[in-house]
Design a protein around this ligand. Structure first.
Ligand SMILES: [Zn+2]
Length: 99
C-alpha cells in the first residue's frame, strides 16, 4: 500500500466515523420522544461514535487529530493538532513525473 493509498484510507475512515456519529445523533433526536429503547441505543451509538471520532489518528504523525484541550473539543479546525496536516490532504503522487 502506497503512502497515498494509506492517506485515502485514513480520510475515508475519518468520514465513516463522522458519518456514524451524525447518524447516531440524528437517530437519537428523532426517536427520543417515541421509543426510549431505540433512543437509548442511539445515545450509546453516539457516545461510541464520538469516542471513535476523537480517537482518529493523523495519517502523517499518528497523533490524535482533534485538539486535546477540553476548551477546543467542540472546535474541529480541520487540521491535525500534532503536525498541522489539513483534512483530506494527500501526499504528492509517487508515480507522477516518473512515467
Ligand atoms: Zn499529524
Amino acid at each position: 500500500m502506497s503512502e497515498r493509498d494509506r492517506y485515502i484510507k485514513a480520510w475515508g475512515d475519518r468520514r465513516a466515523r463522522l458519518f456514524m456519529l451524525c447518524v447516531a445523533v440524528l437517530g437519537f433526536a428523532f426517536t427520543v420522544r417515541s421509543s426510549h429503547w431505540i433512543a437509548g441505543l442511539c445515545f450509546i451509538g453516539a457516545m461510541v461514535g464520538a469516542y471513535g471520532y476523537y480517537e482518529f489518528r493523523c495519517p502523517r504523525c499518528h497523533q490524535r487529530f482533534l485538539p486535546v484541550l477540553r476548551a477546543q473539543i467542540w472546535f474541529d479546525n480541520g487540521r491535525c493538532q500534532g503536525c498541522g496536516l489539513r483534512v483530506n490532504l494527500l501526499p504528492p503522487d509517487e508515480g507522477a513525473g516518473s512515467a
